[in-house]
Design a protein around this ligand. Structure first.
Ligand code: PMT
Length: 231
């Protein structure tokens, strides 16, 4: 077998949903199955990359041949991601990170009562935004990964995706219109549009998550080539 396009490259992928504790038996999470991120990790592995997969809650098993780092909360995912950035060539953030967590997770199970119960939520760290800020703070010439975020949108997909790209200083944003048939959470297929700093880069039809992963990695490889050798 000949050389592969990502030989010698390190790819960091996040997948699945984060889990935010309410009490020892209850938590807040979302519908991410892990499939999109796992497909990216698998495709990167097949292209020769050394892959680290940071996984929250997932419904399927992660691929073989990649390093799996299991996390639960957004805070844990953040720590697992941030410490690996200096060694990464490509970062793909397919995980669905909870925007909020309970302000005071209880050590004991919350008892049922006749009273209404109010759960106070506080914002979580925005990992993709921290990655963008970390990159922007690196010196010229320092190794910086090519960063791809995802956006799960239900309305005004293009506007929200391009806003996220700018705010979070990502290189690309892959937007899924999660209201489209066969797109988004839990499915084996996805419908995505990819945006870069100059607007729409690719608008893909309904494809398997495996094929979407291949197209995203093609764009990441183009981005790596354009930004020169990373060392
Ligand atoms: O896992 P599957 O079932 O296959 O579903 C795939 C998916 C729909 C979860 C995936 O394709 C996807 O869209 N993932 C991102 C979902 C999401 O959290 O979107 P968002 O618009 O809330 O976040 C935008 C980006 O910021 C994402 O890259 C997210 O990882 C990141 N983020 C968000 C919040 C936060 N606190 N920290 C983050 O890093």
């Amino acid at each position: 077998t000949g050389p592969k396009p990502l030989d010698g490259k390190r790819v960091l992928v996040t997948a699945g949903g984060t889990v935010e504790r309410i009490d020892p038996v209850r938590y807040i999470t979302n519908d991410s199955s892990g499939k999109m991120g796992f497909a990216i990790a698998e495709a990167a592995r097949d292209r020769g990359a050394k892959v680290t997969l940071v996984v929250g809650k997932a419904d399927v098993s992660p691929p073989n041949g990649v390093e799996v780092v299991a996390v639960r909360s957004a805070a844990e995912m953040r720590d697992a991601v941030m410490c690996r950035l200096p060694d990464s060539d490509i970062v793909v953030k397919a995980a669905a990170v909870a925007d909020y967590r309970p302000a005071r997770p209880r050590a004991e199970k919350i008892k049922k009562s006749a009273e209404a119960l109010t759960l106070e939520l506080v914002p979580n760290p925005d990992i993709l935004q921290e990655i963008g800020e970390w990159k922007a703070s690196r010196e010229d010439g320092a190794r910086k990964p090519f960063v791809i975020g995802f956006a799960a949108e239900t309305t005004d997909v293009e506007k929200h995706a391009t806003d996220k790209l700018r705010r979070k200083k990502s290189d690309l944003i892959v937007a899924n219109d999660v209201t489209a048939e066969g797109a988004g959470f839990g499915t084996d297929t996805n419908v995505v549009s990819v945006y870069g700093p100059n607007g729409l880069v690719a608008s893909l039809p309904l494809l398997s998550k495996k094929d979407v992963a291949g197209r995203i990695l093609d764009l990441a490889q183009d981005g790596l080539r354009a930004s020169g050798p990373s060392s």
